[in-house]
Each structure stands twice: as structure tokens, then as C-alpha cells.
Design a protein around this ligand. Structure first.
Ligand code: G3H
Ligand code: ZN
Length: 277
């Protein structure tokens, strides 16, 4: 059934486990993730980013409607989340479409501006019963670059969460977005220090670049919500490429999209288990 991100994250944190949050771009992504959650019996977050919404002509409603139907009709708990949102219009549209949580991303702003914008959005979200994730210490790679070397400072993070009232925090601990090789070097000591300094759950972005063992260690050290996007796209694209090469006469997209969906299901099921410990 549809679940609230806050409930899934709180339960995972209380038991020292992680909860996987997968970025969905197409309906096949969402179907694959829900199938993987069913295979593993594990709860999951389906998240739609502002970038993915832009791909769909700036609209979140069509894909969220599909995701909401999948969440409603499955026996496993599935929460819907908006990821990396900068547009307030998009936040409103997502909340109206039924997401239980949003990530408001003002991480590119100077510290004081990030605090001011995030505090304002958080007050609004809480008045609608929506759980808020924010980011401090910009996790690089959203434009394809790797390893920016930025780190979130624990004392600053504690001040930021107190000043904004956010419910969770995405932190920079050596992670980077859109890595196609799993070569990220995560600072486990920094995760432990952030965990000790903060009351709110921690979110790991760019998790596709982190090897399985380090994902497990990151969860043990204190990470709870584990965001995964690129790993699904690697599986999707490899399956489509393989299918088109082996069957050059294929016309019906269901032939190669079925392969893509199956490949994403396998990847998502594996990562769900890794993150759940
Ligand atoms: O917010 C989304 C995640 O940080 C996904 O990052 O595509 O590098 O796994 P990734
Ligand atoms: Zn991210």
C-alpha cells in the first residue's frame, strides 16, 4: 500500500537499517522497483526528480499518478517522494498529486540563503503534513562531473537542521551523482560524526557510485535513506542496447522495454537487500 516516507525512514533508522529510494524516469522504472520490493518483501521509496519532471514537459502528475496506482495495489509499503526540487510550483504540484515527502534543494545557494529558503519551504510543507529533506554541502555530479571533494561539516549541519526544522539531511561524504563506475570513496568516519551531531536521519545521494560493501558500511555508520538512480539506468540501457543489437528487426517497444524492466528489477532487488542489511 501507499506509505509515508517518514514512517519508512523512521522504522529503518530505529532498526539500524537503510531504506532504498529509487529515482524513476518512466513507468517501467516504477513497475520494476515495485516488482523488486515485492520479490524482496522490503519497503521502498519511489522518487521523481525535478530533472525527470522536466523530461515530462515539466509535469509530475502523469508519472506520479502511475506510481500512486502501483503503490496502492501492492502488498509492500511504497512511499512517493519528490527529489532535488528547486521550483516551488513543482513542490505544490507534487504535494497535490500525493507525495508524502519532498527534497528541497537549495544546496547551491550560500549558507545563509540556503537556511532562509529551506526554513520557509519547510514551514509550508509541515503545514501540509509533508516531510522535508534538504541538502547541505552540495553533492556534485548533477551535471556529470565527479568527485567535487566537498564535505558536510557536522557542526554546520547541526546548526542548519536546528535553524530550518528539516526532517532529514542529504550530506556530502565523498558521494557524487551519476557515477557509472562504483568507485566512490565514502568517508565513514564523517558519517559517524554527522550521525552523532544530528537528530535527523541522513540521506546518501549518488549511491550508484558506492560499492555494495561500502553501502552496508555507510548504513551501519548512520545513513538511512539511500538514493539510487543511475544504477537503474545502467541496467535499463544495457538491456535495450543488447536487445536491439541481437534483434535488429524488432519494432514493438514492448520487446526491449520488457528486457529493460526485467534488468531494472534485478538491480533494484539486489540493492534493496544490500541497503536493508
Ligand atoms: O537524488 C538522486 C540520487 O542521488 C541518485 O544518484 O543517480 O548517482 O545514483 P545516482
Ligand atoms: Zn541526489
Amino acid at each position: 500500500p501507499a506509505a509515508a516516507t517518514s514512517a519508512l525512514v523512521t522504522a529503518a533508522r530505529a532498526s539500524g537499517r537503510g531504506v532504498a529510494a529509487f529515482n524513476v524516469i518512466t513507468l517501467e522504472h516504477a513497475e520494476a522497483v515495485v516488482a523488486a520490493a515485492e520479490h524482496t518483501g522490503l519497503p521502498v521509496v519511489l522518487q521523481l526528480s525535478e530533472n525527470a519532471a522536466l523530461f515530462h514537459a515539466g509535469r509530475v502528475e502523469p508519472l506520479l499518478a502511475g506510481a500512486a496506482a502501483l503503490a496502492r495495489d501492492t502488498p509492500v509499503p511504497v512511499a512517493l517522494h519528490l527529489d532535488h526540487v528547486t521550483s516551488e510550483d513543482l513542490l505544490r504540484a507534487g504535494v497535490a498529486a500525493g507525495v508524502s515527502s519532498v527534497m528541497f534543494d537549495a544546496s547551491t545557494l550560500p549558507y545563509e540563503d540556503n537556511v532562509r529558503a529551506t526554513a520557509r519551504i519547510t514551514a509550508w510543507a509541515h503545514s501540509s503534513g509533508v516531510w522535508v529533506e534538504a541538502e547541505l554541502g552540495e553533492v556534485g555530479g548533477k551535471d556529470g562531473a565527479h568527485a567535487p571533494g566537498v564535505r558536510t561539516d557536522p557542526a554546520e549541519a547541526a546548526a542548519f537542521t536546528a535553524a530550518t526544522g528539516v526532517d532529514s539531511l542529504a550530506v556530502a561524504v565523498g558521494n557524487s551523482h551519476a557515477m557509472t563506475e562504483r568507485t566512490a570513496r565514502i568517508d565513514l568516519d564523517l558519517i559517524a560524526r554527522l550521525r552523532a551531531a544530528l537528530d535527523v536521519p541522513l540521506v546518501l545521494h549518488g549511491s550508484s557510485g558506492v560499492p555494495d560493501d561500502d553501502l552496508r558500511r555507510a548504513v551501519t555508520a548512520g545513513m538511512t535513506k539511500i538514493n539510487i538512480g543511475t544504477a537503474l539506468n545502467i541496467a535499463y540501457t544495457a538491456a535495450v542496447r543488447d536487445r536491439l543489437i541481437t534483434d535488429p528487426s524488432v519494432v514493438d517497444p514492448r520487446r526491449y522495454l520488457a528486457s529493460a524492466r526485467e534488468a531494472m528489477t534485478t538491480t533494484a532487488a539486489h540493492l534493496l537487500r544490500v541497503v536493508a542489511g
